[in-house]
Design a protein around this ligand. Structure first.
Ligand code: URA
Length: 239
């Protein structure tokens, strides 16, 4: 791939802007030698204004989503893209969230440009577990776990029952719930169907990959191959 296309695909600018940057000497090798448009050394040996390039596709990143940010640019208000480098929104192939979290939901959000991986993680038939911590307005009554595990709960204005969703009670008003699908406002609507109200919701894990303790709200990181293997593995604690 030519240097112009490589950098434009990574979102560093339009082809014209990138071409100008290359001609201006912004793109070098490790020793600071200016690269020409037709030279493409190995990815990790290219520097843009002295900085290593972002990783090439396929890319998977983990974002610790704070409350107040939407996952879609179609929605009004702040979006998760404001928490990422601007060039990430200009990448080809595009970086998409792996399922959406509501504006007020916090926690682990993955983004990827790998369509096959995205499908593997969000399609209900692939049974990829996502684990959430739920804080409720009223005490749990005991009927919720069997209701959610039944595979028979049909949400308001839907016809297809939900897949069984294990619920682990952690306290009077706290629980951990595992979903293998991601319907609109699913957990909030499940608890509404059980006569309760969700006051806080945080995604803790996808597969066996847990939100890292050292990833602060609003921060993100690139997943390593080991992290990705964990995303694709089943968590040991899944009931
Ligand atoms: N269920 C919800 O209700 N909201 C989310 O953000 C995720 C799951």
């Amino acid at each position: 791939m030519k240097l112009v296309r490589l950098l434009a695909n990574l979102g560093y600018g339009s082809r014209k802007e990138v071409q100008r940057a290359i001609r201006g000497g912004a793109v070098t090798d490790l020793d600071g030698r200016v690269l020409g448009e037709s030279e493409v050394p190995p990815h990790d040996q290219i520097r843009y204004h002295g900085e290593p390039l972002d990783p090439p596709a396929p890319l998977v990143i983990a974002l610790h989503k704070p409350a107040g940010y939407t996952c879609s640019t179609d929605d009004p208000g702040q979006t998760i893209y404001e928490l990422l480098p601007e060039r990430f929104s200009a990448r080809t192939p595009t970086l998409n969230p792996v399922g959406r979290l509501d504006k007020d939901t916090t926690g682990l959000l993955l983004l990827t440009d790998d369509g096959q991986l995205l499908h593997r993680l969000i399609h209900p038939k692939k049974h990829c577990p996502k684990v959430y911590h739920v804080t409720l307005d009223r005490p749990l009554e005991g009927h919720e776990a069997p209701l959610f595990a039944s595979g028979e709960l049909v949400l308001k204005s839907e016809t297809q029952p939900l897949l069984p969703a294990p619920l682990e009670v952690l306290g009077e008003k706290e629980a951990r719930i595992t979903l293998e699908e991601g319907r609109y406002h699913q957990i909030r609507r499940m608890f509404a169907a059980a006569g309760n109200h969700v006051v806080a919701l945080k995604r803790l894990a996808i597969g066996a990959y847990e939100l890292p303790d050292d990833l602060a709200e609003g921060d993100w990181r690139v997943l390593t191959p080991d992290d990705l293997a964990r995303v694709l593995a089943k968590p040991l604690s899944t009931p």
